[in-house]
Design a protein around this ligand. Sequence first.
Ligand code: MG
Length: 385
Amino acid sequence: MTTVAIAGSTGSIGTQTLEVVAAEPDRYQVVALGAGGGNVDLLVAQAHAVGPAVVAVAEATHLDELKVRLPPCELRVGEEGLASLGAEAEVCVNGVVGFAGLAVTLAALGAGRRLALANKESLIAGGPVVARARAATGAELVPVDSEHCAVHQCLRAMAPDGPDRVARIVLTASGGPFRGRSRAELAGVSVDDALAHPTWSMGPKITVDSSTLMNKGLEVIEAHELFGVDYDRIEVVVHPQSVVHSMVEFTDGATVAQLSLPDMRLPIGYALAWPDRIGTPFGRIDWSRLSRLDFQPPDHDAFPSLGLAYEAGRVGGTVPAWLNAANEVAVAAFLDRAISWISIPDVVAAALDRHDGSPADSADEVIAADRRAREETRRLIERWP
Ligand code: MG
C-alpha cells in the first residue's frame, strides 16, 4: 500500500484524488487530509470515508465543530498544520489553491516525499526556491497539471541522457469560453460568462485564469521550471477539443503527444502511480466519436495575459511571484465584481510596472515579494477607473 496525503482535499483536485484512490483500494491508503477549513460538511464526510490519522485545517474558524464531528484523528491547525501534511505520507497531493500551496510544496520536497503537484502557483512564484528544495533531497516532483503531466509522459520517449534532444514543448490551451472573440467583444463579459468553461470542470480561480489565458501563461512558466527548457522553446497552441494535452517535439522533427478526454483523474492517477500506471482508465477515447482535432495560434491582442507571463518568466527573480500575486488579487476583485474582466491583465501589467527588483533567493524573500505585490495590486484596484 502506498500512503497518500491530500492537501486541499475539499477542492476539485482533492475530491478527484479521493475518487482515484477509491477506484484503486488495494493500492492506495489516504492517511492525511487537509483543507482551508470552510467546507466543514465535506471535510467531515471525507474523514469518515477514509479514516485518516491526521486532519489539518488552515483556518481555525470551525475548530469546535470539527472536534465534535471528526472521527478519532490528530487535528492540526493553521498554515503550518496544513503544510505539515507534505511530510505525512509517501505521496503528497498538493491541490491547494494559489500561493498558499508553497508551504506544502516545500514541506513535501524537504522531507524527500513524492510531490504530486497540482498547485502551479507555488512553482511559478517560488521557482528558484522550489528548485533548491528538489535538489537538496532529490525528491520526485510529478506534475498533476494536465499539460505538464502530458509533457512528462512525452519525455519518456527520450533517452535518459538526451535532454538536449528536446526541440520544443508545445502546450495546448482550450482557449476558454471566450475563444474567437475580439478585444472589443470582450469588454462587457460577466463573471458567469467567465465561469462557463467549455471543456474542463475546475475551481473558480483557475476557470477565470483559463478565460484570460493567464492560466496558460502560468503554465509556460511552470513548464520552464519543471523541465528546464528555455522560453524560446515553449510554445502555446489553442486546441478547442482539449484532447491533445500537450506535445514534445524532438530535434529529429518527431512530435510525441499525449491524448485522452479531459479528465483530471488521469493525471492524478499518473502522479500517484509513476513510474507505473494505475489499472483504472479515466478519460479514454472512443475513436468512433472523436472526429476532429483543431489547432490555431493564440490571439495575443484579445488575451494579453499570455504575453505578460512570458515577459515575467524571462526576467525571472521575483517577477513571476509578482505576476502570480497580482493575478490572484485581480481575479478575486473580478469575482467580487469590483473590476471588469478586461481590466484583469491591465491591473497585472500595472502591478508589474511597480516591481522593486527584489531577488528570489529564499522562501522568506518570495513570501515578502508576494505580500508586497498583493498590497500594490490592492492599492491599484482601489483607484481603478
Ligand atoms: Mg492545466
